[in-house]
Write a protein that binds this ligand. Sequence first.
Ligand code: ADP
Ligand code: MG
Length: 600
Amino acid sequence: MSSDPATDLPFFYGSISRSDAEQHLKLGGMADGLFLLRQCIRSLGGYVLSVVWNLEFNHYSIEKQLNGTYCIAGGRPHCGPAELCEYYSKDADGLVCNLRKPCLRPADTAIQASTFDNMKDGMLREYVRQTWNLEGDAMEQAIVSQASQLEKLIATTAHEKMPWFHGKIPRHEGERRLYAGVQPDGKFLVREKDETGSFALSVMYGKTPYHYRIEQDKSGKYSMPEGTKFDTLWQLVEYLRMKPDGMVTVLREACVHGTSAEKRTPVLPAVRRHGNGYTPPPAALLRPGVTKLPETDDSDNNPYHNPNEVRKFTIQRSQLMIDEVELGSGNFGCVKRGVLQTDKGQIDVAIKVLKNENEKLVRDEMMREAEIMYQLDNIYIVRMLGLCSGEHLMLVMEMAAAGPLHKFLSSNKETVSVENIVNLMHQVSMGMKYLEEKNFVHRDLAARNVLLVNQNFAKISDFGLSKALGADDNYYKARTGGKWPLKWYAPECLNYHKFSSKSDVWSFGVTMWEAFSYGGKPYKKMKGAEVTSFIESGKRMDCPAACPEPMYTVMSECWIYKHEERPDFKKVEASMRSYNSSISTQTSPEGAAAAAKPVK
Ligand code: ADP
Ligand code: MG
């Protein structure tokens, strides 16, 4: 299904190393402008363009942008690798020279598939089957509509399926396994270190095991200490098979994990143990007038991206068909159903239509919401597809057809099991953990703002009140109060107007309460002020009838009065995950599928 868009190019080599690329160019004659294209092993979906000039090699990395376009940092965006190469063949536009002669792949050389390419499709299917309990057509549909998001998600957990990944074992056990059997130099394994979810690499050299800590930076990228950074763990390992990057040796033979996959701790790909894992390549800075494009050396931590640079992408009014059907409404205007026409086909969308765009305040608010959403890229968060200024200003989002969580639950009490709700709330916690890592506060997390794609797939929405925190801040201070959802707000929000991920955790607790009471109204008929004194006096809502005890424990922890003592989403997600996987192993014979009921 998701074949590489460069597959048809005769000068595309797939996942080959830099030195292999240089070898091919040498064999190709080293003429000025001789070039080839290869897969980038650092960033998902990216490429490297290798060009000869003056008997020297130049390597340019091509990143895939959030909106699906490709560009060399600082250069123009193009809709595909072919278009990009065609463009640079006519105009050097910052490269050492224009692309003059493709270095053609010899007839006997196949495109080198990366390990992940070979596993991808199977993993996608398994993931969708397990996590959302979909089969057949419904599964194919989900895969098609979510393909790019799913690929990233799967990529971040792909290492769990690798023969060299041994899970959580102590260092001495790692050594024992390396010593077992023959011990060639470069025999290696990766293990998980402890609860913090960090990893270590153990490698044999001269019959001695060496251990290296794998580092993960704030944005979730993996590297050896001071080394090249990668989106995913398996990419790092692939790279270390080619370059030692500070280690005693390159990695060679995998020390194969002996036990069968079933005997391992059940691996739920939905579970991201290690940060959000994937951080999207942020929109490149487009700098007009820049003449020289930065070259990649495959080993830099490219500083040319500014994650705060928001490039708003525009949707033409002609690409959009708007239904009369209203999905919902608010004081900004209403949300309508529609269809967006793209190069790849039609997509169902939800369109937030601004009612009174002449009011600058309202317009600014919508632009802020769009800017926040544009920076988010997580499967459990509703994605913004673009802005369209037609008869009104419109925010186009992916469609979550099954609507708000509280409504869905209250009208489907008979068909939604408690396990199903646990799974959905775990998904919400994963989305929130991502927000926390990215330093965003939501400020309006509630069941009404959790939308369902289907019965087993939830996404967080409504970023109307959300804020991006500064790098050094851990809270947002609202200067004035406003139309606030008081029943969802933590004490420090009401008392000091301080909003942080911890106050979102409080709201998550209330959202859980709503979910486990099948869409019930929190704090019954109490008024805002009554709720405040209820909380201040140390009281909390009771456990909803259907709610499992461990879930009420999580809820209660979310309602710890002092935010310093309240768990963060990293912790909350871990609790949700562990309970979710404990019940899903009990209820399904395979021990892996979530216990939720299938759709239909
Ligand atoms: P408000 O700020 O007024 O709460 P929301 O973003 O929550 O605005 O949208 C209002 C309603 O519109 C939601 O409750 C939901 O019913 C509908 N809606 C919003 N976004 C979507 C979407 N992506 N898919 C489906 N329905 C949506
Ligand atoms: Mg809302």
